[in-house]
Design a protein around this ligand. Sequence first.
Ligand SMILES: [Zn+2]
Length: 249
Amino acid sequence: MGKSKERTPPQCEGARQQATDWIVFILRRDSECERCKCELGKGEFICLTGKQVLCLECAGLSHLEFLPSGDVAITRRATKYSELHVVVMKKSAARKRSERQGILAEPEAIRRAEEESAADADERSGRRKKAAKQREKVDKKYVAQFARAIHRQYPGCPEEDGTEIAVHACKKHSGRVGRSAAAKEFDSTAIRLAVIAHIRHKHTKYDRLLERYGNKQLARREVRDQIDAMLDEWEQPVQSMERMSGRNG
Ligand SMILES: [Zn+2]
């Protein structure tokens, strides 16, 4: 224990900077500090300084408090207010990599971060809601545009089919915004492919055939004619179809 007093605490100039490269791990098995030889059990913190594996006491981090990940605003503020902070990781056996668990920061910094974040929580949630609304608006616009583009190319495509295709395309599209991305998706080839996929899944036995054959090529070959026929039909202007059905009826 006496030895630990000889170390250079990271609060000192120079050492503080070094500490930014340090990583603290939550132990998954028993270990010991390379300096004071104290035993550290599963679930305890250990600091990797690059040269040594140290207990928090020897690393000069024992004055810090653990702040688990979860609230982005609190973590961001605590990081800002703390003179020193260290990232805390834990090795995940299942995923074979280390995952961030939180940070060690000064208790006063964490308290201040928590208080400030509680004070403007409503404002932040309001901003989030506004952003969600904005996204919804963009999505609706996208669906409408896509549906119109489908209708131009396939005037005979029933409205509910057009909307369904557009909604599906929008789900794939979501996250990507910008005119160039949208334009790419509104070109005739992209629309044709979207329409074909829709017909295949909604108007043929493709899904059942795929399950039975376990082979995409075989299943696709069997429904190809049916898809082509429906594409031909949808390419016809609605008027002529109405005349046709009028004649039939
Ligand atoms: Zn130690």
